[in-house]
Design a protein around this ligand. Structure first.
Ligand SMILES: [Zn+2]
Length: 76
């Protein structure tokens, strides 16, 4: 996703690893991770993996909501 500042730390409580991803804090919280930060949150590789695992279901819902194939709209 977004670019992160150099030297940024993971935003998960108690984790001091270097961040590798910047994500929406709400989504990360929804995935069950305890993070600090209001809107954007940084995750280290390990926690990003956790997030991906936990958010797989969310992703599917997102697809229904936003990712509906636009081609369908134009088919007869
Ligand atoms: Zn972490």
């Amino acid at each position: 996703m977004g670019k992160i500042a150099k030297g940024a730390k993971c935003g998960v409580e108690g984790c001091l690893k270097e961040a590798s991803r910047s994500l929406d804090a709400g989504k990360v919280t929804a995935a069950g991770l305890k993070v600090t930060g209001a809107r954007r949150v940084y995750l280290c590789k390990e926690h990003y993996k956790d997030y991906k695992k936990a958010s797989r279901k969310e992703k599917m819902i997102d697809k229904w909501r936003y990712g509906a194939p636009t081609t369908q709209r134009f088919s007869p």
